[in-house]
Design a binder for this molecule. Structure first.
Ligand SMILES: Nc1ncnc2c1ncn2[C@@H]1O[C@H](COP(=O)(O)OP(=O)(O)OP(=O)(O)O)[C@@H](O)[C@H]1O
Length: 471
C-alpha cells in the first residue's frame, strides 16, 4: 500500500502526525482536551507506519499563521489572473484551513482525499484546482465534478459559473470557461446538442445522468484531466449510485490520465477507503489524505441541545422552540417514512410537520418543503425560494443535508433523530457556514426518552456535548 494519512491540524498542536488509530480513538473521547490528554497513552501502543514519506518530507510550503498568505498568494502562479480577480471580487480573499492546507498538494498534481468539516470551503478548493488545470483555448470537456444530488449539482454549477465569469472592468479577449450541469431530471437530448455544438470546459453531473450519457455514447471522458467526486462517501453508500461511480472511475476513464479528488466532511474508515482507492485504481498510488481538524469533526461554533418529550408532544415542542429561538432561518429535519408506516396508512412526518406549522405558526418566516419524492421542478422551486434569502423554515428530509450551502441558516431542528452519527454531522453542518464569522448556531434534537442513548452515541462518536433543555 502506498498511501498517506495527514492529520494536518494536529501538526502544530502535537508536533507529530496522527494516523488512523488515534483519530478513531479520539471519537470515543468527549472533548479535544480529553483527546489530547489521552493521546500520549494511546501513542505508547501504536506503531506509526508511514509508508510513503514524500508528503512528510515535502510538506505544504504554506506556513499556517493567523495572518498567513492570502488565497491569491497560495494560488499564484497556478490559477489564471482573471480567475483570481474574480475570486476576490466575490469576497474570497483569505483562505480557509482546507484551502490553505489542501491547495499546495492539489497544485502539485497529486490525487487527494479532501476530508474537512462541513462549510469549510471544499467547493472553492477544488474549483481553484480545476482552474489551474484547464486550458480554455481547448474546446473539450476537461473537468468533471460528480455530485450525489441534483440540488448540490445546481449549487456547484452556480459557484463554478460565478468564479469563471469575467471580472468587472476586464475587457480582454480571454476565452472564459463554461460549465454545463448534467443533472437528474434534465433533458439528455439538450445536453447532447450542447456537448456537440460547443463542449463546455467543466461538467457538473449526477452519477446517474452521466452514466446514461456514457452508455449511449453521447459523451466520453477521454479529454477529462481532473475528476472531483464531491460527497464521495454518500455516493459510495448509495446502492443506486455506487456501481455507476465505480464504472466512471475505472471503465470509462483511468486514474492514470486524470487527477482525482474525493471530497467530504465524512470519510468513515478512511484508512480502509484510502487502501481501496489505490487497490481499485480509483486513484493513483501516491494519493494523499488531507484531513483537516480530525479531532473536531464539527464546527466549534455549533451549540448542540436536546429536549426529551413524548411522541404526541413533539409538534407542540417544536413550535415552542421556534417561538423562543426566533431563528433567522431554520431547517426542520424529518426522517423518511418507513415502509411499515406507509402500509399502515400513516401520513409521513413531512406532511404532519408542514400542516401543523401552516396552521399553528404565527411568525414571519415562510414555510417550505424539500423532500425526495417531490418532482424535480418543485424541488428546484423550493431551493430557489430558500436561496433567495429572507427568513424561512424549511421542512426537509436528508436530501437537504448534503452539501447544500445556506449561509443565513441559524437553527437546525432534528424533529426525527438522524439514523447515524454521520447524518447528524451533515444535518448540523447546514449551519455555521460563514467561514470567518463568530456567530454561533444551534442544533436541537427533539427526542423521546428511549433515544437518549442513541444521541449519546453520536456525541461520543463526533466529540460534541449536547445540553439538555427542560421540557
Ligand atoms: N475563502 C473563503 N472566504 C470566504 N468565504 C468562503 C471561502 N471559501 C468558502 N467560503 C464560503 O463558505 C461557505 C461554505 O463553503 P462550501 O459550500 O464549499 O463548504 P463545504 O466544505 O463544501 O461544506 P459541505 O461539506 O457541507 O459541503 C460558502 O458559502 C462559501 O461561499
Amino acid at each position: 500500500m502506498d498511501t498517506n494519512t495527514l492529520s494536518l491540524s494536529l501538526l502544530p498542536t502535537l508536533g507529530i502526525l496522527s494516523y488512523e488509530k488515534p483519530t478513531l480513538t479520539c471519537y470515543a473521547s468527549r472533548s479535544r482536551n480529553h483527546f489530547l490528554k489521552s493521546f500520549s497513552s494511546i501513542n505508547l501502543n501504536l506503531t506509526f507506519n508511514f509508508r510513503t514519506p514524500q508528503a512528510i518530507l515535502n510538506p505544504s510550503p504554506i506556513t499556517p499563521t493567523a495572518d498567513g498568505p492570502t488565497l491569491r498568494e497560495i494560488c499564484q502562479p497556478h490559477v489564471p489572473h482573471h480567475v483570481l480577480q474574480r475570486m476576490e471580487e466575490i469576497g474570497y480573499v483569505m483562505p480557509t484551513d482546507v484551502q490553505r492546507q489542501g491547495l499546495p498538494y492539489l497544485f502539485s498534481g497529486r490525487d487527494c482525499i479532501l476530508h474537512a468539516q462541513t462549510g469549510s470551503g471544499k467547493t472553492l478548493t477544488y474549483l481553484l484546482l480545476i482552474h489551474s488545470i484547464i486550458d480554455t483555448e481547448k474546446s473539450c470537456v476537461q473537468a468533471l465534478v460528480l455530485v450525489p444530488t441534483r440540488e448540490l449539482g445546481m449549487q456547484v454549477t452556480k459557484v463554478a459559473r460565478a468564479l469563471a465569469a469575467k471580472p468587472t472592468g476586464v475587457n480582454g479577449e480571454q476565452k472564459l470557461c463554461t460549465t454545463m450541469a448534467l443533472l437528474d431530471g434534465g433533458t439528455l437530448k439538450r445536453h447532447k446538442s450542447w456537448l456537440k455544438a460547443e463542449p463546455p470546459t467543466i461538467v457538473v453531473a449526477t452519477v446517474g445522468s452521466l452514466c446514461q450519457m456514457l452508455e449511449r455514447h453521447m459523451f466520453s471522458l477521454e479529454t477529462v484531466r481532473v475528476m472531483i467526486v464531491d460527497e464521495v462517501d454518500c455516493i459510495f453508500n448509495s446502492s443506486k449510485q455506487v456501481s455507476s461511480l465505480r464504472k466512471i472511475l475505472t471503465s470509462y476513464s483511468s486514474c492514470n490520465n486524470r487527477q482525482t479528488v474525493f471530497a467530504s466532511a465524512s470519510i468513515p474508515q478512511h484508512k480502509r477507503f484510502l487502501h481501496d482507492s489505490v487497490q481499485q485504481k480509483w486513484t493513483k498510488r501516491d494519493v494523499v489524505h488531507i484531513h483537516v481538524s480530525p479531532v473536531e469533526p464539527m464546527p466549534s461554533r455549533l451549540y448542540h441541545r436536546f429536549i426529551i418529550c413524548d411522541t404526541r408532544r413533539k409538534l407542540q415542542t417544536l413550535l415552542s422552540l421556534i417561538q423562543s429561538d426566533t431563528p433567522e432561518s431554520g431547517i426542520i429535519f424529518v426522517g423518511e417514512q418507513s415502509e411499515k408506516s406507509k402500509k399502515a396508512g400513516n401520513a409521513p412526518s413531512t406532511s404532519l410537520v408542514i400542516e401543523f406549522l401552516k396552521t399553528s405558526y404565527q411568525g414571519s418566516l415562510d414555510i417550505l418543503l424539500l423532500e425526495d419524492k417531490m418532482n424535480f421542478n418543485s424541488r428546484a422551486a423550493s431551493l430557489l425560494e430558500v436561496k433567495k434569502g429572507g427568513g424561512y423554515l424549511l421542512v426537509a428530509t436528508d436530501i437537504a443535508a448534503r452539501g447544500v450551502d445556506l449561509p443565513e441558516m441559524s437553527h437546525i431542528y432534528n424533529f426525527d433523530l438522524p439514523r447515524t452519527a454521520i447524518d447528524y454531522l451533515h444535518r448540523a453542518g447546514r449551519t455555521c457556514r460563514k467561514p470567518f464569522s463568530d456567530i454561533n448556531c444551534t442544533v436541537t434534537s427533539i427526542i423521546v426518552p428511549d433515544e437518549r442513548f442513541v444521541l449519546q452515541r453520536y456525541e461520543n462518536e463526533l466529540m460534541f456535548n449536547c445540553e439538555e433543555l427542560a421540557s
